[in-house]
Design a protein around this ligand. Structure first.
Ligand SMILES: [Zn+2]
Length: 333
């Protein structure tokens, strides 16, 4: 009797197929690239999928996020939940672990034994975090970014190979644009094809995967490829000779301007007890309910959530938001 992976096994070989069927893979982000990668890898037979994303499904996602339906958007299901339901329909014997939230250093430390990660983020800061964890804990990952009609993808390997920090120094990527920028689905599908092809080769144990960045404009058909080896920087803080993995440093909150909203999100890797927030002891207006603490310093509005996340509205830029955060949301001792 033919098994369900017969056609794939003819290409990869039985030992590679067996390795894939034992693999645990983190898909970081469950938007367009994340749903495409998750579906391909679950169909390919991976043992366990770990999926993390903080958003819920919206109607505007359906044009390119292949796992979701109108019913998911109607119910505003968390993406990881909607994705898991669809993926179990596709393959009932896969193991899926879902997390609704942001990627954090502690999440990555907890999952450091994964065989591979797929980057399906829309921002550089999250990629740096994934990158530093991958270099520190020694797991491979596959970078991917899409904007407009252009896609880019590259495997980032552990152990002395150039990393994402080296790459972003050299290549201004389409990921500069935020998630409100336009994108066509074929650019997602091309990028995901390159990412998941690399993933299957790495998981299958192929030893000749090389760090090459592939680029394509799916409308013109123009392609580029760049060997990343020459980008390796001796002084890189993640893959260089004396790494300190900056994105993994404790107490370094992640800071990110949200697209088109004049709002900066600050995410420390810890919870914030409202009772100890400095701003409450200062002469500025504040309000609090069971979910959020709001502070109104210097013409801005800061919203503090129980999990530690802070939104700074009307902040001119990220560094000013971080200053306000340290001054008003820092903890009283
Ligand atoms: Zn590097």
């Amino acid at each position: 009797m033919m098994n369900r992976y017969n056609r794939q096994e003819q290409v990869l070989g039985s030992s590679a197929q067996k390795r894939i069927e034992e693999a645990a893979v983190l898909v970081a982000g469950a938007g367009a690239l994340g749903s495409a990668a998750a579906e391909t890898l679950v169909r390919a037979g991976i043992r366990k999928l770990i999926l993390i994303d903080r958003d819920h499904v919206e109607l505007s996602n359906l044009q390119r996020q292949q796992l979701y339906t109108e019913a998911d958007a109607e119910a505003a299901l968390p993406k990881v939940e909607a994705a898991a339901r669809r993926l179990y329909d596709i393959r009932s014997d896969v193991e899926i672990e879902t997390t609704v939230g942001e990627l954090t250093p502690s999440f990555l430390k907890e999952h450091r034994d994964i065989d591979l990660a797929v980057d399906a983020f829309d921002n550089r800061e999250a990629r740096r975090l994934l990158n530093d964890a991958a270099q520190k804990y020694g797991f491979p990952w596959v970078y991917g970014a899409v904007s407009g009609t252009i896609g880019m993808a590259a495997p980032i390997l552990a152990g002395g190979q150039p990393c994402y920090r080296c790459l972003e120094q050299a290549v201004p990527g389409p990921e500069e644009s935020c998630d409100t920028a336009g994108v066509v689905s074929p650019a997602v599908q091309w990028t995901s094809a390159i990412q998941t092809a690399a993933a299957l080769r790495i998981l299958g144990g192929s030893e000749d995967v090389t760090p090459v960045l592939q680029w394509m404009d799916v409308f013109t058909g123009r392609t580029k490829a760049m060997d990343l080896k020459r980008l390796a920087a001796e002084d890189c803080p993640a893959c260089g000779s004396r790494p300190d993995y900056p994105a993994l440093q404790e107490n370094m909150p992640s800071v990110r301007m949200l697209c088109g909203r004049r709002t900066v999100q600050i995410q420390p890797d810890r919870r914030i007890p409202f009772s100890r927030v400095k701003g409450k002891g200062m002469d500025i207006p504040w309000r609090e309910n069971e979910f959020v603490l709001q502070l109104y310093p210097e013409g801005c509005r800061m919203v503090v959530f129980r999990d530690g996340r802070v939104l700074v509205h009307e902040a001119p830029d990220e560094s000013e938001a971080l200053r306000l955060y340290e001054q008003y949301v820092g903890l009283m001792v």
